[in-house]
Design a protein around this ligand. Structure first.
Ligand code: OOB
Length: 541
C-alpha cells in the first residue's frame, strides 16, 4: 500500500480530513472494494445491460480482476495514469474497476475528444496507456491512437474490438492475482474540467471523497436493488457516473442499462424492455424526449425519475416533465470538481421547477460573494464559492492556476453566478467564467481562441456564447482579420485539422474591425454577446 500522495494532488488539510472521517463521510473504502462487496452480497443479480450482453455482479467483478491482472502484465501499476476513452459499452466498467483495483489512475476522456485533447491528456498526465474502442459513431479511434503514438511512442494502446497493431483488451483477461488494496485516501482517477483557460484541467478525485458523494447521492435519489438506471449520457462524465449515476446504482445493487445513443428512437424501446426506473439527461435531450413522448406512443410507465442537469433547464421545460413523461423531475447542478446539488423528492413543486437544488452534504460550505469575495446580502446574486468533503482543493499539477481558482482558505471558485433561497436551494443565474455551455458540453473560450490565433489570417479573436433555442447556448467567434479575411469554412476546417473536438468548433464566425473594450481596456465580451444576440434577433435563422 502506497501512502504517498500522487505528485500534483492537493490533499485536504489534516483537520478537515479528520473531520470528514469522523463524520463518517470518508469510510476508507475503495471503488474496487465497493464492487467486491456488492458482488459478494448479490453475485447473481444483474449489474449491467449493454446490447445483448447482460453481466451479473459476479461477472463484472470477475472481469475486473482478470483485467487488473492483464494490465499488471502490461507493466501497469499503482499511480500509473491510463487515458480511457470509451463509448457507452460494458467494457468501460471492467476497465475502470480493473484500474481502480490496480491502483492505476484512469484519466477520463470523452468520446468526442480528438487529437488536440488526447495529445494533451496523454502528455500532461504522462500516461502510460490509452484505452479505446476500435470505432464508434463512424469514427476510427485507432487512427487517432496512431497520431498520438507518433508523438508519444512509449504509450501502450489497448483496444476494445479489432485491435489492428495494438493490444486487444480481450487478450488481457488473465488469471486474477492478489493485489494490495489501494489506500482510499489516494487519487482514484482524473476527471476533466469544463475549464475556461487555455488547456483543459484535470481533476483528481479520491476513493474516499468520490464514494461519499456516490453513497449520499444514491440515498438522496432513493436508489435500491430495484433501481434500473439508463445511462444515455457519456458514461465517463461525472453526472451519469456518480450523481448518483452508474456507480450509485452499483452501490445500491441495482442495474445499469447502457445506451450507445440517447435519441428517443434508441432509448424509448430500451426503457420499455428493461423497465428502466430512472435516467439522467442534459436539458436539450430532455426537450427532445419531451417532444417525442408527446407526439408518439411509448411505454415509459416504469420511469419514476428524470434527472436533468449540466446546464440550466428552463422553467417551462421543467414544468412539462411530469405531465408528459409521467415521472418526477429532479434538477441536478453539479461539477466535476465536486459540489453537487439536487432538488429533493419532498421539495414543493416551485423549488423542483424553479431551482437547481441544494447541496448533498451538511458539510458542503457554500458562499455567495461579490467581486471582492465579500458575502452578498441574502438572496442576491453573487459568485458561488464552495468547499466540502468531496470538492477538490486543487487541480492536478496546476499550482499557478490553483492560486486563482481557489481562495486562500480552500474554497473553489465555481465561476457560476447564483442566488441562494432561504431553504438553501441555489438558482443558477449566470456565469462569470469565460466558458460556453453548449447544452451541457463545456467550451473553454481561451482554449478555442488559442487555436484560432494559430491561423496566419487571424489577428485577434474572442469567443462568446450566443443564445440558442435548442442547446441554450452556441459559440460565436468574433475575429479581427490580419490582412484579407479568410472565409469562415476555411477557419473551421483549420480547427478540425488541428484535432479539436467538434463541439468546440465555433458555430458562427463574425468578422469585426475592433473589439469593444471595458473600462480597464479588456475585451468586453458582454458587449459582444449582446451584439450577436441582437443580430440573431434581427435575422433569425
Ligand atoms: C456537470 O459537471 P461539469 O464539470 O461538466 O460542469 C460544471 C458546470 C457548473 O459549474 C455549471 O456552470 C454548469 O456546469 N451546470 C449547470 C447545471 N449543472 C451544471 N448550470 C445550470 N444548471 C445546472 N443544473 O455539468 C455536472 C456534474 C455532476 C452532476 C451534474 C452536472
Amino acid at each position: 500500500m502506497s501512502n504517498s500522495h500522487l505528485h500534483g494532488f492537493t490533499p485536504w488539510p489534516a483537520d478537515f480530513a479528520e473531520r470528514y472521517r469522523a463524520a463518517g463521510y470518508w469510510q476508507g473504502q475503495t471503488l474496487g472494494g465497493m464492487l467486491r462487496e456488492q458482488a459478494a452480497a448479490r453475485p447473481e443479480r444483474l449489474a449491467l445491460v449493454c446490447g445483448t450482453r447482460r453481466w451479473s455482479y459476479a461477472e463484472l467483478d470477475r472481469r475486473s480482476d482478470q483485467l487488473a491482472a492483464g494490465f499488471a502484465r502490461l507493466g501497469l501499476g499503482p499511480q500509473d495514469r491510463v487515458v480511457v476513452q470509451l463509448p457507452n459499452m460494458a467494457e468501460f466498467f471492467a476497465v475502470c474497476f480493473a484500474l481502480f483495483r490496480l491502483g492505476a489512475i484512469p484519466v477520463f476522456a470523452l468520446p468526442a475528444h480528438r487529437r488536440a485533447e488526447l495529445s494533451h491528456f496523454c502528455s500532461f498526465a504522462a500516461a502510460r496507456a490509452y484505452v479505446i474502442a476500435d470505432q464508434d459513431g463512424g469514427f476510427d479511434y485507432r487512427g487517432l491512437a496512431r497520431e498520438i503514438r507518433a508523438e508519444q511512442p512509449e504509450l501502450q494502446v489497448v483496444v476494445v474490438g479489432d485491435a489492428a497493431e495494438f493490444t486487444a483488451l480481450d487478450s488481457l483477461y488473465g488469471t486474477p492475482r492478489a493485489l494490495p488494496e489501494p489506500d482510499a485516501g489516494q487519487v482514484a482517477f482524473l476527471q476533466l474540467s469544463g475549464g475556461s483557460t487555455g488547456l483543459p484541467k484535470l481533476i483528481p478525485r479520491t476513493h474516499d471523497d468520490y464514494l461519499y458523494s456516490v453513497r449520499a447521492s444514491a440515498d438522496i435519489c432513493g436508489l435500491s436493488e430495484q433501481s434500473v438506471y439508463l445511462c444515455a449520457l457519456p458514461v465517463a462524465h461525472n453526472f451519469p457516473l456518480s450523481s448518483p449515476g452508474s456507480l450509485g446504482v452499483f452501490y445500491a445493487g441495482g442495474c445499469v442499462v447502457l445506451a450507445r445513443r440517447p435519441s428517443p428512437d434508441d432509448v424509448f424501446p430500451l426503457i420499455a424492455a428493461e423497465r428502466v426506473t430512472l435516467t439522467a439527461l442534459v436539458p436539450p435531450l430532455a426537450m427532445v424526449w419531451l417532444d417525442a413522448a408527446a407526439s408518439r406512443r411509448f411505454d415509459l410507465s416504469s420511469l419514476s425519475l428524470l434527472q436533468v442537469g449540466g446546464a440550466r433547464l428552463s422553467d417551462e421545460a421543467a414544468a412539462r416533465v411530469r405531465p408528459i413523461l409521467g415521472c418526477a423531475l429532479q434538477q441536478v447542478f453539479g461539477m466535476a470538481e465536486g459540489l453537487v446539488n439536487y432538488t429533493r423528492d419532498d421539495d414543493p413543486d416551485a423549488l423542483v421547477v424553479g431551482s437547481q437544488g441544494r447541496p448533498i452534504s451538511p458539510d458542503d460550505e457554500v458562499r455567495v460573494v461579490d467581486d471582492e469575495d465579500l458575502p452578498v446580502p441574502a438572496g442576491e446574486v453573487g459568485h458561488l464559492l464552495t468547499r466540502g468533503p468531496y470538492t477538490i482543493r486543487g487541480y492536478y499539477l496546476a499550482e499557478e492556476h490553483n492560486a486563482r481558482a481557489f481562495t486562500s482558505d480552500g474554497f473553489y471558485r465555481t465561476g457560476d453566478m447564483v442566488r441562494q433561497l432561504p431553504t438553501g436551494h441555489l438558482v443558477v443565474e449566470g456565469r462569470a467564467k469565460d466558458q460556453i455551455n453548449r447544452g451541457g458540453d463545456k467550451v473553454a473560450a481561451e482554449e478555442v481562441e488559442n487555436h484560432l490565433l494559430a491561423h496566419p489570417a487571424v489577428h485577434d479573436v474572442a469567443l462568446v456564447a450566443m443564445p440558442d433555442a435548442y442547446l441554450g447556448e452556441r459559440s460565436c467567434a468574433f475575429v479581427i482579420a490580419r490582412g484579407q479575411p479568410v472565409r469562415a469554412p476555411e477557419l473551421l476546417r483549420f480547427l478540425r485539422e488541428r484535432g479539436l473536438a467538434q463541439y468546440k468548433i465555433p458555430d458562427r464566425i463574425e468578422y469585426i474591425d475592433r473589439f469593444p473594450q471595458t473600462s480597464v481596456g479588456k475585451v468586453n465580451k458582454r458587449a459582444l454577446r449582446e451584439h450577436i444576440a441582437g443580430l440573431l434577433q434581427a435575422q433569425p435563422v
